[in-house]
Write a protein that binds this ligand. Structure first.
Ligand SMILES: [Zn+2]
Length: 339
C-alpha cells in the first residue's frame, strides 16, 4: 500500500494518517458521465475504500470526447455507463470495492444507501437530481460536492451540512441553471477543471482535513479567462426547506425526480418535474431557437421540434414527449431539452 500511494502520503496534509482514513471511506458518485468518470478515476487511484456509482444511461460515441473511462468498444456495445466504468476502474485499482448501479436514482434508492456514505459527489446533468442529492446530504449530514459545466464555463461548491449554505440557498442568489451539453456543447478541459476542484475537496474531506475545505463558490470560463470566487456565508437561509432550522426535505417528500407516465394510445410520454418553479419557458424557447430547433408558442405552452423529435412544454412544468412509449427515452429527451 505504501509504495502505491507513496506520493500522496508524502503530501504532508494527507500523510499516513490521512491515507489510512481515505482507505476506509465510502463515496457515492451520482451520474457517471463527464464529471463522474473523472472524479471516479481520481478517487480509485487515490485508494478510496468503497465507491458506489449510479447512472441510468449507456455509452455513446459522443461521450468519448470527454468521458475518460470509456472506449469505442463500450459505445459500440452500448454498455451502461456505471457498468463500463466499474470494469475500467477495477483494472486501475482492484483493491477498491466498486458498486455499480444501473438505474434511475430516486429518493428510495438514495435513502437506502445514504446511511453508509461519507461523501456525495455530483456527476449529474440536471437540477431535479441535484436537489434530491442536496436533501439527502442535509438529512443524513453528508458533505456534498456540487459541480456543473457547459461549454467552457464551470462551477463548483462544497456543501457541508450545518456549516455552509445548501444548493437551494445558493440557487436563490446565483444563476445556476442554463443550457445543457446537448444545446451548448462542451470542451473537455472544462470538465477537468470542475473535477479538479471536486477531487481536491474530496481528498480533504476523506483524509480528515475538513478545515481545509474551500469556503467559497467558484466559477470560471476557460475560454474567456474569467475566474470568480464568491463568499457564501450570507447566502445561508434559516427558512430554507432543505438546510434551515425546520427542514422538510421537499425533494425527498415529493420523491423528487420526474413523474413519468406513458399516455395510453397516444404514443406519448408525459413528464412532470418536481421543481417546475425554476422552469422558464421563454428562456428555454430562446435556447432551443439558437440551437436550431423549430419552436412554436402560445400563451399556454411551447412546442419544440427537430429531426423527428416533437415535444410540448406547459406552463405548469409538464412536458409531453411525442412519438414514443419508452419512459427512459422520454426522460433522456426531456433532460436534453431542459437540463
Ligand atoms: Zn439551504
Amino acid at each position: 500500500m505504501n509504495e502505491r500511494y507513496s506520493r500522496q502520503i508524502l503530501f504532508k496534509p494527507i500523510s499516513h494518517v490521512g491515507q489510512e482514513k481515505i482507505s476506509k471511506k465510502h463515496a457515492l458518485i451520482l451520474g457517471v458521465g463527464a464529471l463522474g468518470t473523472h472524479t471516479a478515476e481520481m478517487l480509485v487511484r487515490a485508494g478510496i475504500g468503497k465507491l458506489t456509482l449510479i447512472d441510468r444511461d449507456y455509452v455513446e460515441a459522443s461521450n468519448l470526447q470527454r468521458q475518460n473511462l470509456f472506449t469505442e468498444k463500450d459505445a459500440a456495445e452500448k454498455l451502461p455507463k456505471a457498468a463500463a466504468a466499474k470494469e475500467r476502474l477495477h483494472a486501475v485499482n482492484s483493491d477498491v470495492d466498486i458498486v455499480a448501479i444501473v438505474g434511475h436514482a430516486d429518493a428510495v434508492m438514495l435513502e437506502n444507501i445514504a446511511p453508509n456514505l461519507d461523501l456525495l459527489i455530483d456527476g449529474t446533468d440536471n437540477f431535479d437530481t441535484r436537489f434530491l442529492l442536496n436533501d439527502i446530504a442535509q438529512k443524513y449530514r453528508i458533505p456534498y460536492l456540487f459541480g456543473s459545466c457547459l461549454g467552457s464555463f464551470g462551477m463548483s461548491f462544497t456543501i457541508i451540512p450545518g456549516t455552509t449554505p445548501c444548493l437551494q440557498c445558493l440557487l436563490k442568489r446565483l444563476p445556476l441553471q442554463g443550457q445543457t451539453c446537448d444545446t451548448a456543447g462542451i470542451i473537455a478541459p472544462t470538465v477537468q477543471m470542475v473535477t479538479a476542484h471536486q477531487g481536491a475537496e474530496a481528498l480533504k474531506i476523506l483524509s480528515g482535513n475538513i478545515e481545509a475545505v474551500r469556503k467559497t463558490y467558484v466559477s470560471f470560463d476557460l475560454w474567456e479567462n474569467d475566474y470568480l470566487s464568491l463568499k457564501t456565508n450570507a447566502l445561508k437561509d434559516e427558512a430554507c426547506p432543505s438546510c434551515g432550522s425546520a427542514p422538510t426535505f421537499p425533494f425527498l417528500e415529493r420523491d423528487a425526480g420526474l413523474k413519468v407516465a406513458v399516455l395510453c394510445g397516444r404514443d406519448t410520454v408525459q413528464i412532470r418535474p418536481a421543481n417546475h418553479e425554476s422552469l422558464s419557458l421563454e428562456q428555454l424557447a430562446d435556447q432551443w431557437r439558437s440551437a436550431g430547433y423549430e419552436v412554436g408558442a402560445n400563451p399556454f405552452l411551447v412546442s419544440v421540434q427537430k429531426d423527428g423529435l416533437r415535444a410540448v412544454f406547459f406552463k405548469d412544468g409538464r412536458a409531453l414527449i411525442h412519438g414514443m412509449k419508452d419512459p427512459d427515452q422520454a426522460r433522456k429527451i426531456y433532460y436534453s431539452l431542459v437540463g
